[in-house]
Design a protein around this ligand. Structure first.
Ligand code: NAG
Ligand code: NAG
Length: 478
């Protein structure tokens, strides 16, 4: 019996030593002011054990097997204890530090009364910082640092960053030349013992949103918004604070095929006084969108014409010499009917659909006749798409569409309405002429007849005269 006890005792001690050193120690990363949850060891049984949490030899909190719990406030360390009391709460079996102060990182020890099992929670500080003050301007060099305290005698944590687009970047420090893409929330991820801790830092870069990567297409039938904006989350106050000097839109005429590159025209300038307002210089039928106050600098174009083809440039200038520019290429699809849109059947007609610039190999023009037309859809890989109709018919009247396709996507379309009147045919002419001739003949006949009757009525004496000359005596009354 005593031999058995002698064997079991050292085994139990060895077991508890193993558990306290290997299995139950925990590393917790936290930022200053984070909430931290301290969990008791896995072997903790609430109905059996007394449990104490201590920090630097100071007992902070306790919990007994009959369900009682409390926070200690010893007289001798009153100031310190009061502070702990304000930030500690029990939540079930866990002790929660609601807001960990700067100076209170370190090892928190949990002791289970009867078995003298200990668990050490190493609370380590995680700090993310930036070596510049936000907001930044594009071109500014900025370093983001994720500083995680090393757990002594334990293996170092792995650190990586997630940029605002959520892309993983390795290394605890990131140095970048700021652009609008860096604007947003950066996250440092610290991985230790399969546990992840995330710390965020916000980077604000005053920039213009990226211009569309491909040209924009529009027509008389499809309005277009020419985009330009400051990223959401940046206010005009921040832009002004960075020393903005001017914001404007310019237009560079560019008629693709003819290589005429006209002088740039100033379209709008932004008045940066107390009330933000666009001042038109030469608006060319464009209108600014209404959400300027939210940082939306876009322009709206309705019923774009051939003369609106070109580059639209949105510019923002700062006092320190930084100039931000976004260029949007606008292409206008046009459908033209020659000689005109009101025709008589049988006339020759040319329909031209054009973009005003060479088509890249993935673009296609489609000229679509109205439903009732006998003509086929015309597809062209070349510019312009030209349909020559030697004789139009009344079935060709209606809406003709020209569409611009990029592989399986329609980029834009333009519509033209043709009005085609029927031509008078030869037979119809013959019938009309015959009817006219017959009517005329009838009229002449009627006229002659009437005339003859009238003559008879006007000269009734003829009959008397007839009788007078031979003077038949018996009829002569007077
Ligand atoms: C700006 O306004 C236009 C028109 O209202 C809208 O289509 C566009 O999405 C807006 N852009 C941004 C970035 O909010
Ligand atoms: C139509 O185009 C052809 C050449 O493609 C031209 O000879 C003809 O004069 C044009 N007709 C009209 C009505 O424009």
């Amino acid at each position: 019996m005593t031999e058995m006890r002698n064997l079991i005792q050292p085994a139990l001690i060895l077991l508890s030593v193993l558990m306290s050193t290997t299995g139950t120690d925990e590393v917790i990363y936290a930022q200053v002011n984070d909430m931290v949850t301290l969990e008791p060891p896995k072997t903790y049984s609430p109905t059996e054990h007394y449990l104490y949490w201590s920090f630097g030899g100071l007992e902070l909190a306790w919990r007994n097997p009959i369900g009682g719990s409390g926070l200690n406030a010893e007289e001798k360390d009153k100031l310190e204890m009061m502070k702990w009391k304000d930030i500690l709460i029990w939540s079930g079996n866990s002790l929660i530090i609601t807001k960990i102060p700067q100076g209170q990182f370190g090892t928190f020890t949990c002791t289970l009364g009867r078995d003298k099992i200990e668990k050490n929670c190493k609370l380590l500080r995680l700090q993310v910082s930036m070596n510049q003050t936000s907001p930044l301007l594009p071109g500014d060099r900025v370093s983001l640092t994720c500083d995680a305290e090393k757990p002594h005698s334990l293996k170092s944590p792995q650190i990586h960053w997630l940029n605002p687009q959520g892309v993983r970047i390795f290394g605890y420090q990131q140095t970048v030349t700021a652009t609008g893409l860096h604007n947003g929330e950066w996250t440092c991820v610290v991985t230790n013992d399969n546990k992840e801790k995330r710390a965020k830092i916000k980077v604000t870069v005053v920039d213009l949103s990226p211009a569309p990567t491909s040209p924009l297409y529009t027509s008389k039938s499809q309005p277009l918004t020419i985009p330009c904006s400051i990223p959401s989350g940046i206010s005009w106050e921040q832009v002004k604070a960075k020393g903005v000097q001017g914001v404007h839109w310019d237009y560079f005429p560019n008629t693709g095929l003819s290589h005429i590159s006209g002088d740039p025209q100033r379209l709008f300038s932004l008045s940066l006084n107390d009330t933000l307002r666009w001042q038109p210089d030469r608006s060319r039928g464009l209108t600014p969108v209404s959400s300027l106050i939210k940082g939306n600098l876009s322009l709206f174009i309705n019923k774009a014409k051939e003369e609106d083809r070109g580059d639209y440039v949105c510019t923002m200038k700062f006092r320190n010499g930084v100039t931000l520019k976004r260029t949007v290429q606008v292409n206008v699809l046009q459908i033209i009917s020659s000689p005109e849109t009101d025709l008589i059947s049988g006339q020759q007609l040319n329909l031209t659909c054009s973009l005003g610039r060479l088509l890249s190999s993935d673009l296609q023009l489609k000229l679509i006749p109205p439903e009732q037309s006998a003509l086929q859809l015309l597809t062209s890989d070349r510019e312009p798409a030209l349909l020559n109709i030697p004789e139009v018919g009344t079935g060709d009247s209606g809406k003709w569409r020209c569409e611009l396709w990029q592989r399986s996507a329609r980029l834009t379309y333009a519509v033209i309405a043709l009005k085609i009147e029927p031509k008078l045919s030869v037979w119809m002419l013959i019938i009309i002429c015959s009817v006219t001739v017959i009517v005329l003949l009838l009229l002449v006949l009627v006229f002659i007849l009437c005339h003859r009757r009238q003559r008879k009525m006007r000269h009734p004496r003829h009959r008397l005269c007839h009788c007078k000359n031979p003077k038949p005596k018996g009829f002569y009354r007077t």
